[in-house]
Design a protein around this ligand. Sequence first.
Ligand code: ATP
Ligand code: MG
Length: 430
Amino acid sequence: MSRAIQSVRGMNDILPDEGALWRTLEDAVASVFEAYGYDRIRLPLLERTELFKRAVGEVTDIVEKEMYTFEDRGGDSVSLRPEGTAGCVRAGIEHGLLHNRVQRLWYAGPMFRYERPQKGRYRQFHQFGVEAFGLTGPDVDAEQIAMCARLWRRLGLTGLRLEINSLGTPAERAGYRDLLVDYLRGREDELDDDSRRRLETNPLRILDSKNPAMAELLAAAPSVLDALGPESREHFETLCATLDGLGIAYRVNPRLVRGLDYYTRTVFEWLTDELGAQDAVCSGGRYDGLVGQLGGSDTPAFGFALGVERLIALMAAQSVPLADVSPHVYLVYQGEAAARTAPGLAEDLRDAVPGLRLLAHAGGGSFKSQFKRADRSGAAVALVLGEAEAEAGEARLKPLRDQGDQETVALADLPRRLAGDFGLPLADNA
Ligand code: ATP
Ligand code: MG
């Protein structure tokens, strides 16, 4: 036998035992996003490398060292998407979705970053993302933050903290950048190597440093909020007041700058204390310059992305209630007449009771071995069809999870009975 091949480092298989967690999150996300009128858009995993260089920025960690970039067979440089906003904006411009109109969009799927794999940090990970175009805010800023809060409530997640900040307009940001560089130059001997390098390329990112040796230096740095002009200040104050009015608690963190280059004004993150160092489960903000920067007409925009693996880990840690994805019914049958009846019966029941999860035994075997599989399937009841029952047009219902006697039910009565037992609707023609 040859050696089995392993998965690529940092790329996870999501196995069926995590199915209920993922399903619960996916259902909640779709219904919450739809409740706010966001439409789903599905985007390619592969884009031209140039797109990310322009959108995310050449001097970001993502573009400098985290992208999966290669030449395709036609000689074009392409990259696996490290995030979703660039592709969403590219598609919006390409298909004329953004011109002079409001669009509220959401997307889902895997992202790829060549990072050092560790808990909560993978090379293939998943995001749900939301983008709104054509709205200057701050009402839509608050709307999206409220969407997150609703999602946490809907999932039953607790302990998520909201941090917000404003980076101002590009001009205000540039002014702040000069202030910050002056301050950091004055204390250059205290900077670590990474920060000294960033002083030339991307000084705001120094505020993002996780090096504890620099914490005191950064805490005393000038605040970006002091560099805001009157309009940016009003935008931020109105956002804060709206969040107050909605009863959404937040902390203003003037050190919050976010990893990507394209943000303007509002930025925010949702953090947890329960996942260790990888503590951000959601981040986003306003990016009014990006559509223009990618060749579209100037369009204000606001968006965020949720880190799915981190949310899944949090849901597991907090034992939130999960969607039941195990079968309702496991159909067990034996004998010639039963074997003739079973396939049609299973189909008829699925027709008659939409939503019924009926797992039909396959592969024969003794009743005893079939019941073993029925137990392992997690089904609530076994539907038992022996030779005598098949001849009589009946079946037995045997509870598998709780005690209780088995009962004999006429096949014709099964749809109503199962629909009642599992709280499912009957099909109109059943
Ligand atoms: P971090 O500071 O943790 O690196 P980030 O600022 O790079 O996060 P974003 O690009 O804003 O993250 O992505 C949004 C969300 O996606 C993050 O809040 C996080 O939950 C998740 N995320 C980002 N990178 C990874 C990764 N490599 N593995 C798993 N989840 C990730
Ligand atoms: Mg990162």
